[in-house]
Design a protein around this ligand. Structure first.
Ligand SMILES: Nc1ncnc2c1ncn2[C@@H]1O[C@H](COP(=O)(O)OP(=O)(O)O)[C@@H](O)[C@H]1O
Ligand SMILES: [Mg+2]
Length: 293
């Protein structure tokens, strides 16, 4: 059986780990990016990579970060994943889970509706309301790109003049303003890696010089064994978003744990350094279990 890895960069660390894990199982990895796919309607095959018929020749697809693109490209990519799923291909994560998780507003709204704890967050298209929310949120906020990741583009704002200046500029550029109360966390947070409704691995992340604790920005992974409460939170959050695999980010605040986002295509390079087993092997074992039944 061939297992597809949908990735921009097949030499990235995680994709390479997956390839090796697939080979260790005696299966064949195929790495490809969206632009290589040809989709057809009204004639066959429905989707192909050069002479590979995706639905016939590939047993499962693991989606790694789908990458930047124009709105048209992103919508086409999601439509394509949905179609492949409708036609019976197993995709990790399910396309609907990817859509929900990529949008921080969508994610937090669903989590709150499911009764899970999230920080107070305000989202608006207009600068006036954003400024009002800035004060409602205590005058100390994190402004995040609604579709962002890896901490890129998030800014902490605690000066009302700076806030107003930034909000007006963002409104002018038709950007959506996603504002969240700043949570004191001592430069630590939790990353819980959920797979198939269970916690596979977890770490604390510590960033000595920044409130952003993304590993990609230089934070250090620290071994961490989650409490039952944290495990249940992360598992429930993944379930609410329909993620079979998820990297759940949690801040430990003075009023208890707060979920800030779910990553539907989480990396695990940092996590692997504090984990005793091979994470890619577990992901592949899971995928095979889902396909071969
Ligand atoms: N409301 C907040 N208060 C304090 N720190 C935050 C808050 N939101 C995010 N952070 C910090 O910024 C990092 C990145 O934020 P996150 O919401 O996970 O977005 P990204 O998709 O960029 O990882 C978090 O890991 C955390 O360290
Ligand atoms: Mg994050």
């Amino acid at each position: 059986m061939k297992i597809g890895i949908l990735t921009r960069n097949e030499n990235s660390w995680c994709s390479a780990q997956l390839k090796e894990a697939i080979l260790r199982r005696g299966l064949q990895p195929i790495c490809f990016s969206f632009p290589r796919i040809m989709a057809r309607v009204g004639f066959k095959p429905e989707a192909s990579l050069e002479d590979i018929n995706i639905l016939r020749d590939i047993g499962a697809i693991i989606v790694r970060p789908i990458g930047r693109g124009s709105l048209e490209e992103i919508i086409f990519r999601m439509d394509l994943l949905h179609r492949l799923q409708r036609l019976g291909l197993y995709i990790l994560n399910p396309p609907s889970a990817i859509e929900r998780s990529v949008d921080k507003y969508y994610t937090l709204a669903l989590l709150e509706e499911a009764g899970l704890p999230v920080p107070r967050t305000a989202v608006t298209e207009n600068a006036e309301s954003a400024l009002k929310a800035f004060h409602e949120l205590g005058g100390d906020v994190v402004l995040k790109p609604i579709f962002g990741s890896r901490g890129v583009g998030s800014t902490r704002i605690s000066d009302p003049n700076v806030a107003e200046r930034i909000f007006r500029a963002l409104e002018f550029q038709h950007q959506v303003m996603y504002l969240q109360e700043f949570i004191e966390h001592g430069n630590y947070d939790l990353r819980i890696f959920v797979l198939g409704g269970q916690v596979l691995a977890a770490m604390r992340r510590f960033s000595p010089n920044s409130w952003k604790t993304n590993i990609s920005l230089g934070a250090t992974p620290i071994p961490y064994k989650p409490t039952v409460e944290i495990e249940e939170l992360a598992i429930k959050a993944a379930e609410v978003l329909g993620c079979e695999v998820a990297g759940v980010d949690i801040l430990e605040s003075s009023r208890g744990p707060l979920i800030i986002e779910l990553n539907s295509q989480p990396g695990w390079r940092g996590l692997q350094t504090v984990t005793s087993f091979n994470i890619a092997d577990e992901i592949i074992k899971y995928v095979i279990g889902r396909v071969v039944r």
